[in-house]
Design a protein around this ligand. Structure first.
Ligand code: NAD
Length: 484
């Protein structure tokens, strides 16, 4: 098991292709969720730093010979170089992410170490194949030259749970479209961004195309409101998303929002539990349950409710809980002490509302430091309970019984959110039929793993717009019609 032994300290921001000193003296401390000890220390961006980063992105975008005017092939070449540089650092990136947010290292290696380069290569290939212009014959005699033009300077605001992957969902289509970016990572996970910035430097991207300013909420707000920004791409909580949407509405600034979720894992009455349990762990508890699409409402047919609750209790009770950097860990700590307090308050609320705690419910006895909670299964509540309606963002599942299929669909759809979900059945065709009836942006059958080629995003309180796939590219382009 590797550990972060020395304090990682950085004193600059990556702005305009240079390592620039911060304008103020504020610092961000990064605390290990495994130990509670400080493992990193970086400058905290202030409004003047946001100004500098936006100015650099603006200059890079407005340069008449610059990135926005490169051919798609030139941009794709640079993106592929960046993907190679990220690959060369993937071990370091996965290790830093796991150290900062408690993601099990096996998950960090498989996702944070793989997705960003894959997403960059995918959008590089789309950039090469998508025509930038087309001539459309008109209905009224003339023709129109329809152009896809980059939307401009993008402010990308990212959460801590999958920091590199979720940043890449924004950076890759923005670069492919010819946009430039200011990326604001979450203060909990910033050390990985310094490695990403080194990759940008090594790949030789033109100065100012990607600028990175670690900072908190206020830096995020400054970016959202900034007059030099043309579009905001945000992933994070629904509460912050609403505030950002209101600001962007006032400014008439395009915005995409990937927000929270309370998805359902619907087990049909023919489900093969033995065959499904490994994938059910991924669909419900990935990254310690700190996953927006996690299917945290387990819907079980009444006829098999006791058996399914028991199977989940067995699975959850035996998951290795421990230091996120241990290869055998499947449940690491919560990312922050505050996040653990939030999870524990929901477990208490579940108990108070009459839920049965089938397994877990406390802190693991063997772990005397770090922000750990036991994987917890709550049963015998219905879909109206607070723990069934609100996003907990931890390893806490709620098992809800249903009568027939119509009731299962109706419970799944009875949510303020609409992000993910999954259907589990021995009958694949029936699984797809049920999936078609669920009002969410994404859903899996006998598994759940977003793919770069397919649009990802939510309905209702889960967000606006889509990332990934060709749909995710169009979010960074606007159309210009030249009538001929
Ligand atoms: P958060 O909303 O507190 O913060 C997310 C990011 O936004 C951070 O960088 C933060 O500094 C910044 N921020 C916060 N308030 C802001 C504001 N008013 N203006 C501008 N920037 C602001 O969320 P979090 O706790 O870091 O992340 C967890 C949340 O993210 C969960 O609700 C989860 O479901 C959601 N999430 C959604 C997806 C998705 O794709 N739908 C993916 C991952 C996480």
């Amino acid at each position: 098991m590797e550990t972060v032994s020395a304090l990682v300290r950085h004193n600059h921001f990556f702005i305009g292709g240079q390592w620039v000193a911060p304008s103020g003296t504020g610092r961000i401390s990064i605390v290990s969720p495994n130990t509670g000890q400080t493992i990193g220390d970086v400058p905290d961006a202030e409004p003047a730093d946001v100004d500098a980063a936006v100015a650099a992105a603006r200059d890079a975008f407005d340069d008449p010979q610059g990135w926005a005017h490169w051919s798609a092939d030139q941009r794709a070449d640079a993106m592929e170089r960046l993907a190679d540089e990220i690959d060369a650092r993937s071990h370091e990136i996965a290790h830093l992410v796991s150290s900062q947010n408690g993601m099990p290292i096996s998950t960090a290696t498989a996702l944070e170490g793989v997705f960003p380069a894959a997403v960059l290569r995918y959008y590089a290939s789309l950039a090469r194949s998508q025509p930038a212009e087309e001539i459309r014959p008109g209905l009224l005699g003339g023709t129109t030259l329809v152009r896809r033009v980059p939307v401009g300077v993008v402010g990308a605001i990212v959460p801590w749970n999958y920091p590199q992957t979720l940043a890449s969902f924004k950076i890759a289509p923005a670069l492919a479209s010819g946009c430039t970016l200011v990326v604001k990572p979450s203060p909990e996970t910033v050390l990985d961004d310094y490695v990403f910035a080194q990759a940008v430097e090594a790949a030789g991207l033109p100065a100012g195309v990607i600028n990175i300013i670690p900072g908190g909420r206020d830096a995020g707000r400054s970016l959202v409101e900034h007059a030099g920004v043309d579009k905001i791409a945000f992933t994070g909580s629904t509460a912050a998303g609403r505030e950002i949407a209101a600001t962007c509405g006032q400014l008439l600034r395009p915005v995409t929002l990937e927000l929270g979720g309370k998805s359902a894992a619907i087990l049909l009455d023919d489900v093969d539990l033995d065959a499904s349990m490994e994938n059910l762990y991924g669909a419900t508890l990935l990254n310690n349950g700190q996953t927006c699409f996690a299917g945290t409402r387990v819907l079980a047919p009444r006829s098999r409710y006791a058996e399914i609750v028991d199977a989940f209790a067995q699975m959850m009770g035996h998951l290795p809980v421990g230091d996120s950097l241990d290869e055998s860990t499947l449940i690491g700590p919560m990312a922050t002490e505050a996040q653990r307090a939030r999870v524990e308050s929901y477990v208490a609320r579940g108990r108070a509302d009459g839920a049965r705690v089938v397994t877990g419910g406390g802190r693991p006895e063997a772990l005397d430091r770090g922000w750990f909670v036991e994987p917890t299964l709550l049963a015998d509540v219905d879909n109206t309970a607070v723990v069934s309606r609100e996003e907990i963002f931890g390893p806490v599942l709620v098992a809800i019984p249903y009568g027939d299929l119509d009731e299962a669909v109706s419970i799944a759809n009875d949510s303020d959110y609409g992000l993910g979900g999954s259907v589990w059945t021995a009958d694949h065709a029936q699984g797809v039929d049920v999936a078609r009836r669920i009002r969410t942006g994404t859903i899996g059958v006998n598994g759940y793993l977003p793919d770069p080629t397919a649009p990802f995003g939510g309905l209702k309180a889960s967000g606006l717009g889509r990332e990934l796939g060709p749909e995710g590219l169009s979010a960074y382009q606007s159309a210009q019609s030249i009538y001929l």
